[in-house]
Ligand binder design. Structure first.
Ligand code: CA
Length: 353
């Protein structure tokens, strides 16, 4: 009803004010109706906010009832629900995720600048013993652990400052991907219930990605590790847990440390097949026969490896042959730009080390 009234006001206002150009006598009424429209829109906005807040409060209270059936410690549930608020900015960020308009070249320049490479190399050296032990335990080369750490949170410096519970409840309430965010909300409660984090310090990105690894709560439950053995899987503060959690994710998703991620290549003539589909994985000898060379123009190596050919920006952009490990990176994040940036940073770390 309010929508209808406001729309009518607005129509009346534009009609009157358009007339005003031709009939001076309409001016007074035009100003009056303009003010009236402005007033009703602002009243409506307040009304709308109040309605949203009330609906959100109902939604959260239903979540709390559901939480009570899941066997969590009631004290933890009460503490967790004490300060869950609707976060319109979270919903706005989710709706306004920019479509990718940049090229892979500029993405790599932004994601893997020289200072980040230098920092990655320095931090690798500083944490060498720990990283090498974890690399051995999980079968994941340390440079990939460092590259993901740098890519996800700038080596722990940018973890997000949103309340994880408020962000996830707001996104579930908004409803477009309710199940995804609700599952993550209850996973978040489980993390609190298991004592890995304190509710007051339970922070993450606007989407609910947490800590130095930027795991969503469901990923946390699947992959996070208590490597230092203090009883907490602490991906916020404890480097041992952060590195081991990253390594455990990759190794659980099929990483093989006998191989690498892929390589940039050149096409000497157009290729018939490309793309990440597993069905398009062919031996390097196949790609050699298709005229694919190393980036410097030499023949591809004689290794017995299957690879997919990808052209994230088409034939005129960068071209890569990527291996099984790249498919594992795609499970972490489905963006091929992301996968290439992790692989590229890992190469720079290797060269710089
Ligand atoms: Ca720990």
């Amino acid at each position: 009803m309010l929508h209808y009234l406001i729309t009518s006001f607005k129509r009346w206002q534009s009609a009157l004010c358009a007339q005003q150009v031709h009939h001076y006598s309409g001016a007074g009424l035009c100003v009056f109706v303009t003010l009236l429209t402005a007033f009703s829109v602002s009243a409506y906005a307040q009304d709308d906010n109040a309605e949203t807040e009330a609906a959100f409060a109902n939604y959260v209270s239903a979540l709390k009832s559901e939480a009570a059936t899941k066997g969590f410690d009631p004290a933890i549930v009460n503490a967790a629900f004490a300060d869950i608020r609707f976060r319109p900015t979270v919903v706005k960020s989710d709706k306004n995720q920019p479509e990718r308009k940049i090229t892979l070249d500029s993405y790599l320049a932004t994601r893997v600048p020289d200072w980040k490479v230098n920092q990655a190399v320095t931090l690798y050296r500083e944490n060498k013993t720990l990283l090498d032990n974890i690399a051995k335990d999980y079968g994941v080369q340390a440079r990939f652990i460092v590259a993901l750490w740098g890519n996800e949170s700038n080596f722990g410096k940018i973890q997000g400052n949103y309340s994880v519970l408020s962000a996830l409840a707001s996104l579930a309430f908004e409803g477009r991907r309710e199940k995804l965010f609700k599952d993550n909300f209850f996973a978040a409660l489980k993390i609190l219930n298991e004592g890995h984090a304190d509710v007051t310090a339970f922070k993450g990105s606007w989407a609910g990605a947490m800590g130095q690894t930027q795991f969503m709560p469901v990923s946390f439950l699947n992959y996070a590790v208590d490597y230092d053995g203090d009883g907490k899987k602490d991906i916020w503060q404890t480097k041992a847990d952060v590195f081991a959690s990253i390594a455990n994710y990759l190794s659980s998703e099929g990483w093989n440390d006998q191989g690498t991620w892929g390589r940039q290549v050149k096409l000497t003539r157009p290729v018939k097949i490309s793309g990440l589909s597993k069905a398009n994985m062919k031996p390097l000898s196949f790609w050699r026969d298709q005229g694919v060379t190393r980036y410097d123009g030499r023949d591809l190596p004689n290794a017995d490896v299957n690879a997919s050919l990808i052209m994230p920006d088409g034939e005129n952009g960068r071209v890569y042959l990527v291996y099984d490990n790249f498919h594992t990176l795609m499970k972490w994040n489905r963006s091929s730009y992301f996968g290439v940036s992790v692989g590229y940073l890992s190469e720079r770390i290797k060269r710089g080390y």
